[in-house]
Design a protein around this ligand. Structure first.
Ligand SMILES: Cc1cc2nc3c(=O)[nH]c(=O)nc-3n(C[C@H](O)[C@H](O)[C@H](O)COP(=O)(O)OP(=O)(O)OC[C@H]3O[C@@H](n4cnc5c(N)ncnc54)[C@H](O)[C@@H]3O)c2cc1C
Length: 388
C-alpha cells in the first residue's frame, strides 16, 4: 500500500483546489445563508462547472463515458469539494455515487442505455431513497410497497431525508414487493419522475442547509415493470454492497470539513493577537491544532484504506464502517475545536467555521449512524450480529 499520492493524483488535487479557491469558496458562505436549499437552476449551474473536473461518473469505465479513475483520486476530488462547500458536495455525492453505480452494476442494457448518459450529463438529477419516516437504521422493515399490476408496479409510501429529493428527476426507490419475506422481499425500482410523478417536501435542517433534503410521497405511482433493477427481492443485498463505498464517501466529506477547519484555525491563530502575541504562540492553542491534525490524518488513512480495498474488488464492511464512524465523529470534534480557536468569532456567520461545525453535525447519520457502523465492526470482529 502506497501512503502518498502519485503524480497524477497530486495534479488532480492541485487543479481541484485551485478551482475551488477561485469558483466555489467565494460563494459558499453566501449561498449557505441564502438558499435553504439551492434552487435547481443554481445547483445545476454549479454542477456543470464541476463535471469537467471529473466530479460525475469519472470512476466509471470508458464504455460508460467515465475515465476509470481510481478511488483514491475520487477521494481527493471529494475532499477538495467538501473543504469548499459540503452542501454542494452532498448533491454531487448522490449524483455520482448514489444511483449511477447501481445502474452500472445491476441495470439491464436498456436501463443503462437510457439513464447512464442522462445522469452523467446532468439531464437527470438522481436520488437514492431508502429511509422512511418510521424506518431508519432498521432498513429491512420498509413500509413502502410496490405491487405488480400488469406491466406496472403500483408504488405507495413515503421516503424521507432524501438528498437531492426536491430537485430529482430520477429516484432509485427501495420498496417491499413481498412483505412476508422481510429483507428478501425488498426490490429496487427506477422511478423516472417524467413518467411516474411523485411529490416532494423540503426538510429544513441544522447543517448542509443548501443541499436539498426532502420527503418524497408516492401515491399509486405507476412505475413500468421494466424499471425494476435486478430481480424482485434482491435489493437489500444490492444496497448493502453499494453502501460500503457510500459510507467511505461520507467519511471523505467529513475529511474535507476537518481540513477546512484546520486551515481556518491555523490562519486565525497566526493573525489574531492577545497579550501582545499571536494566539498561535500559546501552547494550548497549538495543542488544539495538533489534535485536529492528528485526527484528520488518522481519518484520511482510514478512508484511503477502505477505498483501496474496494478498488481491489472487495466489499470491506469493517474498514468502510471504521472510516465512516471515525471520520464523521472526528469532524464534529475538529470543527468544534476550530470554533474554540476562533473564540467568539467562531460562532459568528462572519467566519466559515460555524458552517463547518453545523455541516459536520449532519454527517454522523447518512448511510448508517455511528452506532450502526460500530455494530457492523463488532459483527465483523466477533462473528456475532447484534442486529436481531
Ligand atoms: C444529511 C442527511 C442526508 C441523508 N440522505 C439520505 C438519502 O439520500 N437517502 C436515504 O435513504 N436516507 C438518507 N438519510 C437518512 C439516514 O440514512 C438516516 O438518518 C439513518 O439511516 C438513521 O436513521 P434515523 O435517522 O431514522 O435514526 P434511527 O434509526 O431512528 O436511530 C435513532 C438513534 O438510535 C440509534 N440506533 C438505531 N438502531 C440501533 C441499534 N440497533 N443499536 C444501537 N443504536 C441504534 C441510532 O444510531 C440513532 O442514534 C440522510 C440523513 C441525513 C442526516
Amino acid at each position: 500500500m502506497i501512503l502518498e499520492l502519485d503524480e497524477a493524483q497530486k495534479i488532480l488535487k492541485k487543479n481541484a483546489r485551485d478551482f475551488m479557491e477561485r469558483e466555489i469558496i467565494p460563494i459558499a458562505d453566501e449561498y449557505d445563508r441564502k438558499y435553504h436549499p439551492l434552487p435547481k437552476d443554481v445547483a445545476l449551474g454549479l454542477l456543470k462547472k464541476l463535471v469537467p473536473l471529473g466530479y460525475v461518473g469519472s470512476t466509471l469505465p470508458p464504455e460508460y463515458g467515465g475515465q476509470g479513475l481510481d478511488l483514491i483520486s475520487y477521494a481527493v476530488l471529494g475532499e477538495e469539494l467538501a473543504r469548499a462547500y459540503l452542501s454542494l458536495g452532498m448533491i454531487v455525492l448522490i449524483q455520482d455515487s448514489g444511483v449511477l453505480p447501481i445502474i452500472v452494476a445491476h441495470g439491464t442494457p436498456e436501463q443503462k442505455a437510457k439513464y447512464i448518459p442522462k445522469i452523467m450529463s446532468l439531464e437527470k438529477i438522481s436520488c437514492f431513497c431508502l429511509t422512511e419516516p418510521d424506518v431508519g437504521s432498521g432498513a429491512r422493515d420498509l413500509k413502502t410497497s410496490a405491487a405488480l399490476d400488469g406491466d406496472h408496479y403500483i408504488l405507495n409510501g413515503t421516503k424521507t431525508w432524501i438528498t437531492n429529493g426536491g430537485i430529482a428527476d430520477l429516484a432509485v426507490v427501495f420498496a417491499s414487493t413481498d412483505r412476508s419475506k422481510g429483507a428478501r422481499g425488498i426490490s429496487c425500482l427506477l422511478v423516472d419522475k417524467a413518467e411516474s410523478p411523485f411529490t416532494t417536501r423540503e426538510l429544513p435542517k441544522l447543517g448542509c442547509r443548501s443541499c436539498p433534503t426532502s420527503e418524497l410521497n408516492f401515491e399509486d405511482c405507476r412505475v413500468p415493470r421494466s424499471n425494476l433493477i435486478g430481480t424482485e427481492g434482491s435489493a437489500y443485498l444490492l444496497a448493502l454492497g453499494e453502501l460500503a463505498k457510500l459510507r467511505v464517501a461520507v467519511g471523505v466529506g467529513a475529511l474535507g470539513l476537518a481540513q477546512a477547519s484546520i486551515d481556518a484555525a491555523v490562519k486565525y491563530a497566526q493573525e489574531r493577537k492577545q497579550f501582545g502575541r499571536p494566539i498561535g504562540s500559546f501552547q494550548l492553542i497549538q495543542e488544539m491544532i495538533a489534535d485536529m491534525a492528528i485526527m484528520t490524518d488518522a481519518a484520511r488513512f482510514l478512508c484511503y484504506r477502505a477505498l483501496y480495498l474496494i478498488d481491489k474488488g472487495q466489499i470491506p464492511f469493517k474498514e468502510a464502517s471504521m472510516a465512516k464512524a471515525y471520520s464523521t465523529e472526528m469532524a464534529v470534534m475538529v470543527t468544534s475545536k476550530a470554533i474554540q480557536v476562533h473564540g467568539a468569532y467562531g460562532i459568528s456567520e462572519e467566519y466559515p467555521v460555524e458552517r463547518y461545525f453545523r455541516d459536520a453535525r449532519t454527517l454522523t447519520f447518512p448511510d448508517g449512524a455511528t452506532q450502526i457502523q460500530k455494530l457492523v465492526i463488532g459483527r465483523e470482529m466477533l462473528g456475532i450480529s447484534a442486529f436481531v
